[in-house]
Ligand binder design. Structure first.
Ligand code: ZN
Length: 275
């Protein structure tokens, strides 16, 4: 019934960007919650959240995840909340990465394999993935399967086949990271062709490729993620003012193409979260 609807996600903060790079980057729980609410008003159905400490550095501090969630809900905003479990791609120990699940998000990122991630090694070995997926299942958190390269699809398929990820699988193709699959149409097509029938997929890409890859998703019937985590600019030489500004542009283009942004309630239904 919602086949033409597009699920727009906003990744507000990430673990790497700083306010020095873009003053509009939300860093405190208050700023992150505000960015989520403003993005929701512009059509975002999902917010993907990383939190920072007092110094602005990435942290897996549970209380900060809880605070973001509480502040979002306190404003009557029903956006789907997706907490990261990435631990900043090689910055913290595995155990800390489970912290955010205790804050009760509806979605959690599951990075489906190990890779060179820019200058770091991002470790997601099989036993860690199995434990993470098992904990998510037990906590009733749906994995957003983050795929940085094609081999990660096979890793996730093992989890699906072992009953650790419930249908329908929800994939996020994260393209253009140094060390991962390139942000090209050919790359995206191959990834889409490699996931099982009945899947839902979304795409995001780093830097200036964010918008063109989002537009491919609009055209191909997929879903799309924007936000300052992936790209700090509105266009060449012009910083984005806010996450909401990026969401508003994406929603506008989607509507022009006949793809109305899904509400959070519609997105929950599409993702099989309505029980
Ligand atoms: Zn992230």
């Amino acid at each position: 019934m919602n086949n033409d609807k597009i699920i727009l996600s906003v990744a507000t903060t990430g673990s790497r960007p700083s306010k020095l790079q873009n003053p509009g980057l939300p860093v405190t729980p208050e700023e992150i919650a505000q960015a989520a609410v403003e993005s929701w008003r512009e059509g975002a159905a999902v917010v993907h959240v990383h939190v920072r400490d007092e110094a602005g550095k990435m942290t897996c501090d549970l209380s900060r995840f809880q605070r973001v969630k509480q502040l979002i809900r306190a404003q009557g905003c029903d956006i789907l909340i997706n907490f990261t479990t990435s631990g900043g791609a090689g910055r913290v120990d595995e155990g800390e990465r489970f912290n955010s699940l205790a804050a009760g998000p509806e979605l959690g990122s599951l990075d489906a394999g190990s890779m060179n991630f820019n200058e770091r090694v991002f470790l997601n070995p099989p036993d860690f993935l199995e434990e993470l997926a098992g904990r998510m299942l037990a906590a009733n958190v749906k994995p957003e399967i983050e795929v940085f390269d094609s081999g990660m699809i096979g890793n996730a398929m093992t989890l699906i086949q072992n009953g650790l990820i419930k249908p329908p699988p929800w994939w996020q193709f994260v393209l253009g990271v140094k060390g991962g699959a390139p942000a090209t149409a050919r790359s995206l097509l191959y990834l889409i062709d490699s996931i099982p029938a009945g899947s839902l997929w979304s795409v995001c890409a780093v830097g200036w490729r964010q918008l063109p890859m989002n537009m491919l998703a609009i055209a191909m019937g997929g879903h799309a993620r924007t936000g300052l985590e992936d790209n700090l600019y509105y266009k060449r030489g012009e910083l984005a003012q806010s996450n909401a500004q990026l969401v508003a542009r994406l929603a506008r283009i989607a509507r022009e193409c006949g793809r109305e942004p899904a509400t959070p309630a519609e997105a929950r239904e599409m993702l099989g979260l309505v029980r």
